[in-house]
Design a protein around this ligand. Structure first.
Ligand SMILES: *Cc1c(COP(=O)(O)O)cnc(C)c1O
Length: 376
């Protein structure tokens, strides 16, 4: 890799973006310009349509990374006397409980191992037993392991028990099939820089309008008050405080490319192909995915650490980075592992380049197989 060539980012974000998306940031925008206001309206409309929420839901964007929008959504929609059931099977679920702790919102948890999805029947049982629960908070794709949680079944269970659902769909939105039409939810939260392939700096929630109307005064702080953000935006089409103009322009371009690729189905097909090529190539070298194939979302893959004593993760990481491939250190609490993402403006040719680099690095480290302990 030459100094000027950007690396291939095989991470859960920020991700590799396309040239047109980056080029969209080459001009400045006045935040009160008519064109800029129209661009915001277009983005918000497109995002609501992607969620299948036309006529019922509105898009409320917020400055900041994905976590900012998750915290803003929970703080805005979960009333001070409400109570959440947080479904946990990874670090992002756990992070939600920290938000509730800090905001002083009551909650209970239903926790699963990192390689098991939450079971709708278990959720039903908890909701039947505790009538104080007002909201369920679920993660769509738990990026910690890359596991796909059964969001439609969970949504239907929560709706059948007459509770509200908030979905953290950060690493799934725009690439995995989802529609509010058959997965009822008060809010689905995502950011610009994951499967939509925009750049980091803004995130958003698609919120049921009636739930938002009732949320006035819930938020514990001004900046994360999505009711206030929404009212202001409805009034004049502008953001309350300085908008991330270049990030918004990049998202506008990224959404046009998403549509040209065939929308969610087109993006999903490319990511599935990336995922298959990556898993097949890594498996040929002996590596073993942490998740069984039926639970694996085509977003990020966790591989178990090889048992060969010559395999030292930091060295593996650095040697791959020297070859222009950036992977992600494991974040799992239960298994020694590392992760490789397969999302971003990348196709199977990039996956093959990454596999070539892994093969070369294995040779350099004198690691004969990627096989983990258990399979030897
Ligand atoms: C990426 C991600 C987030 C938000 O992370 P940020 O670093 O704040 O952008 C939240 N939830 C899930 C499931 C994610 O994958």
């Amino acid at each position: 890799m030459t100094k000027s060539e950007p690396p291939i980012l095989l991470t859960p974000g920020p991700l590799t973006t396309s040239r047109p998306t980056r080029e969209a940031m080459l001009r400045d925008w006045g935040s009160r310009d008519e064109d800029f206001i129209a661009m915001n309206a277009r983005i918000r409309r497109r995002l609501v349509a992607l969620a299948g929420g036309e006529g019922t839901h509105v898009c409320v964007p917020v400055q900041g990374s994905g976590t900012f929008a998750v915290e803003a959504t929970i703080g805005t929609l979960l009333p001070r006397d409400g109570k959440a059931l947080v479904l946990i099977n990874g670090a992002y679920g756990t992070r939600i409980t920290r938000m509730c702790d800090i905001m002083g919102r009551a909650y209970v948890t239903l926790e699963m191992p990192e390689d098991e999805p939450p079971v709708p029947e278990d959720v039903a049982r908890v909701l039947n037993a505790d009538t104080g629960i007002t909201h369920v908070i679920a993660v769509h794709c738990e990026t910690t392991s890359g596991i796909l949680n059964p969001i439609r079944e969970l949504a239907q269970t929560v709706a059948a028990h007459d509770r509200a659902l908030i979905i953290d769909s950060m690493s799934a939105f725009g690439a995995l099939p989802f529609s509010l039409a058959d997965s009822p939810a008060d809010a689905i939260v995502a950011s610009a820089n994951k499967c939509l392939e925009g750049v980091p700096g803004m995130s958003f929630a698609i919120i049921r309008e009636q739930a938002l109307e009732q949320a006035e005064g819930n938020a514990p702080v001004l900046c994360f008050d999505l009711h206030d953000q929404w009212r202001a935006m409805e009034a004049n089409g502008q953001w309350r405080f300085t908008p991330p103009t270049h990030v918004i322009a990049a998202l506008d371009a990224a959404l046009a490319q998403h549509e040209a690729e065939g929308g969610i189905a087109g993006r999903e097909a490319r990511y599935r192909r990336n995922c298959t090529v990556l898993i097949e190539g890594m498996t040929e070298m002996g590596f073993q995915p942490y998740l069984s194939a039926n639970l694996q979302a085509p977003i990020i893959i966790t591989f178990l650490t090889p048992s060969d004593p010559n395999f030292v993760f930091d060295r593996f990481y650095n040697l791959l980075r020297d070859r222009g491939i950036v992977i992600y250190p494991g974040k799992l609490t239960q298994a020694n592992s590392f992760r490789m993402g397969c999302i971003g403006a990348l196709d199977e040719s990039h996956m093959r380049r990454a596999l070539d680099a892994v093969r070369a690095v294995m040779g350099e480290m004198e690691v004969s197989s990627g096989a983990p302990e258990a399979t030897l």
